[in-house]
Ligand binder design. Structure first.
Ligand code: 9WN
Length: 436
């Protein structure tokens, strides 16, 4: 990256400074204040940016995350830093009750849920920007095991799609995409009487999920935990089981990335390509709605598609194998009055669109970065360019915030947010997308 000639010179140094401050020596924290541990899909987005400025840190971050992978292949959504006190994040290791795993000679604890598998994409990106075939070779079996866990243990609906068992697994925690399914999960106020939320003491409460949602999150995590984090008979026994279009699109994109990685490490790319095609076909067959022109979340327990038009329903645009007319429709919806570039996290015309509350309206950079790549992949170069400039202008003006008010561009949530900083560095480098 030629920093000196970039029109965003200040932004480059701001983003690099955020990543330097959030590096612990072992891994990157999403935020020193709000998220003081290591998060799964954050590490992937962060690696994509670190590829340009500190690739060794990017590889190290991924390696330390995968060192906490469970024997069944699941990659936990949080790896807790043993040096951070229990009181500094809720729910912490004492809540999840997962036995410690050995990681680089020390003992670490994790959660028992997952997040979207963006890691193969990140590893391929790191290798393309800064070739490291050995690193790729070391990580490949772990990336394959991650996919096998999702595709074998989490196909609760039997359609060849991955189910999530908790809104936190989506990474889009309080998206309206889960409202219909969550309505059947009791919001027990007793649950919050037993615990204390930490997030609302570190961020503005009206920008975070509501107490009712939090009570449901805790109740769901408790029931999955108390069932031993087992994925057996989920659709019959667990109260929340849904197929998210973004999670599944990222799972298919991971298979496409693994096919490329396989060719580098001397493995067979064919099974990965087959799986990418099969997931894409299942997505289009079961989660796409021709009337709304976008994808929707399916509640596995009822078989119904959520009516909410959320940004996770546009993310399948990242898939090169998407039929042309579906891609065209997603682009039209993204540019319509319902969204607009950069896309907010929810339909602007919905009665409950909320410009401040987390995934119910604000603009997030990781999702827009995925759409930017999707636009480029499907040949919408002008739109991709417009979106890139809009994202860079937004972050230059407001800072590396966690999310942004969609009308004013004001930065909200935590200010020094790692994936915003990292993805800005990638946007500045303008690496062409891999063939997903
Ligand atoms: C729960 C760390 C994570 C992101 C998620 C985002 C938020 C956590 C929280 O922060 O979730 O996992 O405490 O709200 O929604 O996407 O990975 O940045």
């Amino acid at each position: 990256m030629d920093h000196a000639r970039s029109p965003y010179r200040r932004l480059t140094s701001t983003a690099e400074a955020v990543l330097n401050r959030n590096w612990t020596g072992d891994h990157m924290v999403p935020s020193r204040t709000l998220y003081p541990h290591q998060w799964s899909w954050d590490a992937a987005f962060i690696g994509i940016g670190l590829a340009h400025v500190a690739p060794e840190r990017g590889w190290h971050d991924l390696a330390s995350l995968f060192a906490a992978q469970w024997p069944d292949g699941r990659v936990p959504h949080i790896v807790f830093d043993p040096g951070v006190a229990e009181k500094d994040y809720f729910p912490g290791p004492a809540f999840w009750e997962v036995p410690p795993v050995r990681q680089d000679g020390r003992s670490v604890r994790t959660t028992g849920i997952v997040q979207p598998p963006v890691h193969a994409l990140a590893a391929l990106h790191l290798h393309r920007v800064s070739p490291a075939a050995d690193r790729l070779r070391e990580l490949y079996p772990a990336l394959v095991a991650q996919q096998e866990y999702l595709l074998k243990h989490r196909d609760a609906g039997g359609l060849g799609l991955v189910s999530i068992v908790h809104p936190w697994e989506s990474g889009l925690d309080n998206s309206p995409s889960w409202d219909a399914a969550l309505a059947r999960v009791p919001a027990d106020p007793e649950v919050l009487a037993r615990y204390e939320r930490r997030d609302t003491s570190k961020a503005v409460a009206s920008h975070r999920p509501t107490n009712a949602d939090y009570a449901r999150y805790i109740g769901l995590a408790e029931s999955y935990r108390d069932a031993g984090y087992r994925d057996f008979d989920l659709a019959e026994t667990h109260p929340f089981v849904v197929e998210c279009p973004a999670f599944n699109a990222l799972t298919a994109a991971a298979e496409a990335a693994l096919a490329e990685i396989a060719t580098v490490v001397g493995a067979d790319p064919a099974p990965h390509l087959e799986r990418a095609a099969a997931i894409t076909e299942a997505l289009v067959g079961h989660l796409y709605d021709r009337e709304t022109g976008q994808f929707h979340t399916r509640d596995v327990r009822t078989g119904e598609l959520s009516k909410a038009r959320c940004v996770n329903g546009l993310v399948p645009l990242i898939l090169a194998g998407l039929p042309g007319e579906v891609a065209e429709s997603l682009v039209a919806v993204a540019e319509s009055a319902r969204f607009g570039l950069p896309v907010p996290s929810y339909d602007r015309t919905a009665a409950d669109f909320d410009t401040l509350r987390y995934w119910r309206g604000p603009v997030w950079i990781n999702i827009n970065w995925l759409l930017w790549r999707g636009l480029a992949t499907h040949g919408y170069a002008d739109r991709a360019d417009r979106l890139r400039t809009a994202m860079l202008d937004l972050v230059e003006r407001s800072g590396c915030f966690e999310y942004f008010q969609p009308d004013t561009g004001e930065g909200i949530g935590t200010p020094d947010f790692s994936w915003t900083a990292a993805l800005v560095l990638d946007l500045l480098a303008e690496t062409p997308p891999e063939r997903e």
